[in-house]
Design a protein around this ligand. Sequence first.
Ligand SMILES: *[C@@H]1O[C@H](CO)[C@@H](O)[C@H](O)[C@H]1NC(C)=O
Ligand SMILES: *[C@@H]1O[C@H](CO)[C@@H](O)[C@H](O)[C@H]1NC(C)=O
Ligand SMILES: *[C@@H]1O[C@H](CO)[C@@H](O)[C@H](O)[C@H]1NC(C)=O
Ligand SMILES: *[C@@H]1O[C@H](CO)[C@@H](O)[C@H](O)[C@H]1NC(C)=O
Ligand SMILES: *[C@@H]1O[C@H](CO)[C@@H](O)[C@H](O)[C@H]1NC(C)=O
Ligand SMILES: *[C@@H]1O[C@H](CO)[C@@H](O)[C@H](O)[C@H]1NC(C)=O
Ligand SMILES: *[C@@H]1O[C@H](CO)[C@@H](O)[C@H](O)[C@H]1NC(C)=O
Length: 623
Amino acid sequence: MAEKLSHIKLLVLLVLSISVSYTEQFQSSQTQTLLRIQHLLNYPPFLKSWNNVTDFCNMEPNSTLTIVCYEGSITQLHIIGDEGAPRLPNNFSIDSFVTTLVMLPSLTVLRLVSLGLWGSLPSKLTRLSSLEILNLTSNFFHGTIPPEISSLTRLQTLILDRNNFTGGLANSLDSLSALAVLSVKNNSLYGSLSDSLGNLENLRVLALSNNKFSGEVPDLSSLANLQILDLENNALGPRFPAVGNKIERIVLRKNEFTFGIPQEVQSYNQLEHLDISSNGFVGPFPASLLSLPSIAYVNIADNKFTGMLFEDLPCNPDLDFVNFSSNLLTGKLPSCLRPGSRNRVVLYAGNCLVSGDNNQHLISFCKNEALAVGIIPHHEKRKVISKIALALSVTGGIIVAIIVVGIVILVVRNFIAQRAGHEPPSRFVEENASTSYTSKVLRDARYITRATKLGALGLPAYRTFSLEELEEATNNFDTSTFIGEGTHDQMYRGQLKDGSFVTIICLKMKRYHGIQHFMPHIEIMSKLRHHHLISSLGHCFEYYLDDSSISRVFLVFEYVPNGTLRSWISEKQIKRKLTWAQRIAAVIGVAKEPCCKNLQLQPAFARRVHGKRASPKFSQWIE
Ligand SMILES: *[C@@H]1O[C@H](CO)[C@@H](O)[C@H](O)[C@H]1NC(C)=O
Ligand SMILES: *[C@@H]1O[C@H](CO)[C@@H](O)[C@H](O)[C@H]1NC(C)=O
Ligand SMILES: *[C@@H]1O[C@H](CO)[C@@H](O)[C@H](O)[C@H]1NC(C)=O
Ligand SMILES: *[C@@H]1O[C@H](CO)[C@@H](O)[C@H](O)[C@H]1NC(C)=O
Ligand SMILES: *[C@@H]1O[C@H](CO)[C@@H](O)[C@H](O)[C@H]1NC(C)=O
Ligand SMILES: *[C@@H]1O[C@H](CO)[C@@H](O)[C@H](O)[C@H]1NC(C)=O
Ligand SMILES: *[C@@H]1O[C@H](CO)[C@@H](O)[C@H](O)[C@H]1NC(C)=O
């Protein structure tokens, strides 16, 4: 028995001594690796002290050098050279360098900054499969970012700023599901951005500034954690990027964005910094941006934003910086932006504001410029319209569509009735086309959330369109896209950027009404969303520049190609008329749908149905 015990002791001793010598060996191999790195980096001064007796795992970390070990293995290596360090000499080999690095297989953090590294990043770097943070800022890497990098599935932070990487961002980035920070600023990357960016659901920071990326920004609205979007100085556009509402910082400066600011921006309660300067934005500036709850910095300089500012516009008291310079704004600077006790910077030279200084243009300049960029067709203003008729195109679901048209006609008649009845509101808080709403309207605008909820039906969410978008969809309202007209409305077929077809109805307004006037109607319109109905997809207002009233309203509906409703219901030559039994059955069916029940609660609607001017007869709804 004793003999057996002593055998076991011997065995334990043996195992212990083997493992100790293994650890020693392992550590000495790490030492060899680090000394080789020192050699390959050409013995920079801050690594001078390294030698074969340095205890690397127990060095005091400082700003140039940090090594972290865990159970004897190096897990973090940070080497930060002098800013502006020159490129390493020609005998440097990035291949040997990376071959050496991958002998530290436990690395989770690798930060090699300003070391003069150059060459094409070898894909064998991905053998460091534990990497969570890779930061190669300020070196001289060129060539493409190796697509194999997407096999580093633990990667949380990838920073390749200030190199000379070329080519695009890999399409396969979406396999980096842990990625929270992606930053490739100041490189020479180009091409369009891959839709796969929209799948990086943990992304918090996306920084692509100072490259040559072009085309549309993919839909990032599903990135619920995105806080920073920095796209400065590329050739991206024309559509404003769609992002989630946790966004804190949006920088689109120096790109090719032209379409308006979408209404969703109003829900960016955490937005602090918005820089959309030096783009080609046209259309009204949504001044309600100035009162977003977290906003501190707004730069819209150097665009062609129009619109009238008013002295009593509200702004967030924390707003520290505003640059309106070089736009086409009219009216007066809001008094909340006047120099006060705070160190607030407010710049507005090069507009047509009434400000008492001579950095402003004459108002005619802004008007003419706005006309020149096609914001408002001048001749429209003169036209006089007495009546609006409306037609819709329909599919096989005609029966139900009748109801829609009934409602649309009602709403449109209401437009006319109200135009005849009321004076327009005496003035408008702000002008605000296809982009967003006044804060007052916003507060009242239950329709936004409701319409968004209805987006769950599988239809695209109800939204505002920009005039540019509609012009693009119809090739500038080309005659080939014209599908019909009533007495004073026109109907066009268009194709949106996403490929879907739409029917666009253009209603010209005679009297000058502000946005508030139209909102109740638009609210009803936005509820016409049901899978059996031709759904309204959105609207667009076109403004008169001088008084911010609305010149044309565009209503956008789903396009369905089987002829117009009018022809199905009323044209004499069509035989297949619907019986009254069919019509009433359809009305009852639709009224039971939740989407349409609520309609009856709407005051405008109710007035028409129960008021003096209309009796609730279905026959009157339909022609
Ligand atoms: C590169 O060349 C320099 C001399 O120009 C030499 O001192 C250095 O050791 C060489 N480095 C490598 C990695 O061969
Ligand atoms: C950081 O530490 C290394 C070695 O421990 C030393 O060579 C280097 O000079 C230090 N750098 C600074 C900025 O103190
Ligand atoms: C460390 O390097 C010195 C010369 O630089 C050498 O004499 C010594 O043997 C080396 N020690 C080890 C443990 O390699
Ligand atoms: C990456 O390195 C740069 C330069 O040293 C530094 O400013 C930045 O904070 C680093 N980022 C991370 C996440 O390490
Ligand atoms: C970056 O790469 C491009 C294309 O390879 C080259 O034309 C350019 O000169 C490089 N820029 C720098 C700063 O090295
Ligand atoms: C990044 O690029 C921009 C434009 O090319 C340049 O103005 C800026 O200084 C660069 N930033 C750095 C840190 O190199
Ligand atoms: C404000 O915008 C103008 C026009 O683009 C520009 O010249 C000016 O430098 C900007 N001011 C600041 C402080 O950004």
